[in-house]
Write a protein that binds this ligand. Structure first.
Ligand code: PMT
Length: 428
């Protein structure tokens, strides 16, 4: 199981509704992914599921009342509100949605939401008529305006026999949305922290155009086989998300990966190095900053078989490979309309030395030296560490999430960027 929520603290509020029985499974799924979960049950919720069940699955005491001195002594409501990285109300009844929309604090759950700076998500669950009622719709619109995440609801047959919208999403669907909300809030946090430490004010990248390449390329051998590498695209996508969050206009050129497009980013999907080259050069001339994070295959088959290659009698198969175009060198070699060009160097030995050689040889403005021999860093990991090198300086960014690292890199790159930074100026 991928630990996508490691050490994330989720406060789950359960309100009264038949879907409350699914909440125990939701707790289990969140914990499987590494999250720590604490639960608040409203009075009505306790008619549907017991505190004991949720204590057993969450491994933590369950909070039910603000007026219980023993519970308050263990973890008071303000402490609980501050503890959470994300508050999820699932199921969220029409009543609890109305109370949250009006900022009420008349039980432990609504008080914690009001007292928390954490993002809040609600998963509506109610009869379809109640859901469609103008009052509920207005309350949900108010929550959206206040930046609450709204998870669902789904449509289908309801416990009361009605058919329509109002079913709580299934636990696994909720978990996927929790992962997205956590990812968004981590990016925001990283951007805020990075801005606090730097001179770059938030939103200051408005008007700057980035082109970023990400992921692997695939070089076909025949209709069913290809040469490729282990790049997941996570580093490049995190860079695109960070730049977009800071207000930049971002074009992301991606090889084949299994990742959702970050909000506000224009994505162009490609497969081969040649396709990435063509898309990158077209986008680069319309960009201020180009970042080559993709793991581009250096070689491709000289001839791509039009039919599936057959096993021959010999134990050996000879492939003739030819060099792919060097995309980033072509971008850095543009005369007019050359963007500020930043590369990555994935190395397993003598990392800084090889990275400096690539900085010079490819005529880049900056390069991220990436030691991909380290466990927990580089290819297909959620974390990474790099040393950013330029002509007369360097800065090391220690092992951290790719999301946090991306925010620091985008800030550093934009601090060094100057619109007239041609290679000769940067390297003089
Ligand atoms: O995708 P992830 O799983 O998150 O992993 C991230 C990463 C390890 C892929 C990323 O951090 C990284 O290091 N990317 C560069 C990988 C690479 O191919 O490095 P390189 O040293 O072979 O290439 C040097 C530079 O030239 C890179 O900017 C690369 O994009 C570029 N290049 C390489 C070959 C080529 N034909 N054209 C290029 O533009």
């Amino acid at each position: 199981m991928q630990q996508t929520l490691t050490a994330k603290r989720i406060l789950l509020g359960i309100s009264g509704g038949i879907a409350a029985y699914k909440s125990a499974d939701l707790v289990r799924r969140l914990k499987e992914r590494g999250a720590e979960v604490r639960v608040i049950l409203t009075d009505a919720a306790q008619q549907f599921i017991t505190p004991l069940t949720l204590q057993a699955v969450s491994g933590n005491p369950v909070s039910t009342s603000m007026l219980d001195p023993a519970a308050e002594a263990a973890m008071g409501h303000i402490e609980l509100a501050k503890w959470a990285d994300l508050i999820v109300v699932a199921p969220a009844s029409a009543d609890v949605i109305a109370r949250l929309a009006h900022g009420m604090a008349n039980d432990l759950l609504t008080t914690c939401v009001l007292a928390s700076a954490a993002p809040v998500a609600v998963a509506p669950a109610m009869n379809q008529q109640m859901y469609n009622n103008i009052a509920t719709q207005q309350n949900l619109a108010t929550l959206k305006k206040h930046n609450f995440h709204i998870y669902g609801p789904g449509a289908g047959e309801q416990a009361c026999g009605d058919v329509g919208y109002g079913r709580m999403l299934e636990p696994l669907e909720l978990v996927a949305l929790v992962e997205q909300s956590i990812e968004q809030s981590t990016i925001k946090q990283s951007v805020i922290q990075t801005h606090e430490q730097s001179q770059v004010p938030a939103g200051s990248l408005a008007g700057l155009r980035f082109t970023i390449t990400a992921g692997p390329t695939r070089e076909a051998l025949d209709p069913v086989r290809y040469l490729s590498n282990h790049s997941s695209g996570k580093m490049g996508f995190a860079l695109a998300a960070a730049a977009a969050t800071m207000g930049a206009e971002v074009t992301l050129i991606s090889g084949p990966v299994q990742l959702a497009t970050p909000a506000g980013v224009k994505r162009i999907d490609v497969i081969s190095a040649q396709q990435m080259h063509d898309a990158a050069l077209k986008a680069a001339v319309k960009s201020d900053i180009f970042i080559g994070c993709a793991a581009v295959a250096d070689y491709r088959a000289a001839d791509v078989a039009s039919n599936k290659l057959k096993k021959g009698a010999s134990n050996e198969l000879q492939l003739t490979l030819i060099k792919n175009p060097d995309i980033i060198a072509a971008v850095a070699g543009l005369h007019e309309l050359r963007p500020f060009t930043v590369g990555f160097a994935a190395e397993t030995q003598d990392v800084l030395n090889y990275a400096r050689q690539k900085l010079l040889k490819k005529k880049l403005d900056m390069i991220c030296a990436n030691d991909v021999s380290q466990p927990d860093a580089g290819f297909n990991s959620d974390q990474n560490a790099v040393t950013l090198l330029w002509q007369d300086g360097e800065q090391t960014l220690a092992l951290q999430s790719k999301t946090a690292l991306a925010a620091s890199l985008i800030t550093l790159i934009s601090q060094h960027y100057s619109p007239k930074s041609t290679t000769s100026e940067v390297t003089k």
